[in-house]
Ligand binder design. Structure first.
Ligand code: SF4
Length: 313
């Protein structure tokens, strides 16, 4: 068990469309094997040492006492805001910022409780819900994303979002594990399920390897070594080079997804920052908010807040 919480501070995240974001815990309990923030999670929660948390407890109070907030907050850049230890802080933050006209992008592979939906339902136009779900196979999900909710619970998030009148119901297939998730049959079953559950938009991005998320680290978990073996090609991303599937395979999958999403009444996009070679493709390549024609729109909206005194990072 991890101790409820940890940290809450507003950070501006250059690698995520330069958005403002808030992490509500010092590490993420979900312990996804492919997580690019794994080092940080491990330092904070000592996953490798049985999960005991080592981060200092910080109060949410300072954040909640602020007079001003950015017009949009991403929840959360490096953690899941609906991991069990984060939920209480999330509710407190939502109660504070939603009445102040702040938009929130909530990205989760956890369970959104009804009482959170009731809060969100009072401000439906300010809410973007991103549900992470790449594969309906719970054996795969338990092995790769051991702390996350089962697929049916993530689908229930979408159904409840529709029931509570939230229009922005998005699904992230991220990361897509090559050789594990990307057969047409597997992807079609996910698209069918999420379309039926009320999703309106899909974004997808293939697994990529970095110096931290590398073959050696992924070697201990089921599914991940097989997926990593397909990541053979150097790939330029925003800020460096990673290894991912060959461009031809990536393009073919994203083009297929684009067509299959359209057939189901869904829109599709991928994060262009995760492969700069995809610019100009037949599918949209805007970033964390692919519903925006240009992700820089969010940056313009937020620019007035650059000079606000923020705690951290
Ligand atoms: S839910 Fe997100 S932040 Fe948490 S461990 Fe998984 S990938 Fe990392």
């Amino acid at each position: 068990m991890t101790r409820p919480i940890a940290q809450a501070r507003i950070v501006r995240v250059a690698g995520m469309c330069d958005q403002w974001g808030v992490d509500l815990t010092a590490g993420c309990e979900h312990r996804c094997g492919y997580c690019h923030f794994h080092r940080y999670q491990s330092m904070a929660l000592r996953h490798e040492a049985g999960g005991a948390d080592v981060a200092p407890a910080l109060a949410l109070d300072e954040l909640l006492r602020r007079d001003e907030y950015p017009p949009a907050l991403y929840l959360s850049p490096f953690t899941d805001p609906l991991a069990p230890a984060a939920r209480g802080n999330l509710e407190a933050l939502l109660r504070r910022v939603l009445p102040r006209n702040v938009s929130v992008g909530i990205s989760t592979k956890g369970v959104v409780p009804r009482r959170v939906f009731r809060l969100l339902a009072e401000y439906p136009e300010q809410v973007l819900l991103f549900v992470g779900l790449t594969n309906l196979d719970d054996a795969r999900n338990r092995a790769v994303e051991p702390g996350c909710a089962p697929a049916r619970a993530r689908l229930a998030n979408l159904m409840l979002a529709r029931e509570y009148g939230l229009p922005a119901r998005f699904v992230r297939l991220d990361p897509v594990l090559p050789g594990v998730d990307d057969s047409p049959e597997r992807l079609a079953s996910v698209l069918d399920a999420i379309a039926g559950a009320g999703a309106v938009q899909v974004s997808a991005a293939y697994l990529f390897l970095t110096s931290g998320v590398n073959r050696a680290r992924l070697g201990g978990a089921p599914y991940l070594p097989a997926a990593a073996s397909y990541c053979t090609e150097a790939c330029p991303i925003d800020g460096g080079t990673v290894y991912s599937v060959p461009l031809e395979r990536k393009r073919a999958t994203y083009e297929w997804l684009n067509a299959e999403c359209t057939r189901r009444g869904l829109t599709f996009g991928t994060c262009g920052c995760k492969d700069l070679r995809l610019a100009g493709s037949s599918f949209p390549t805007s970033c964390s908010y692919p519903h925006l024609a240009e992700c820089s729109a969010a940056g313009h909206k937020e620019s007035a807040f650059r000079s606000l005194p923020m705690a951290g990072p």
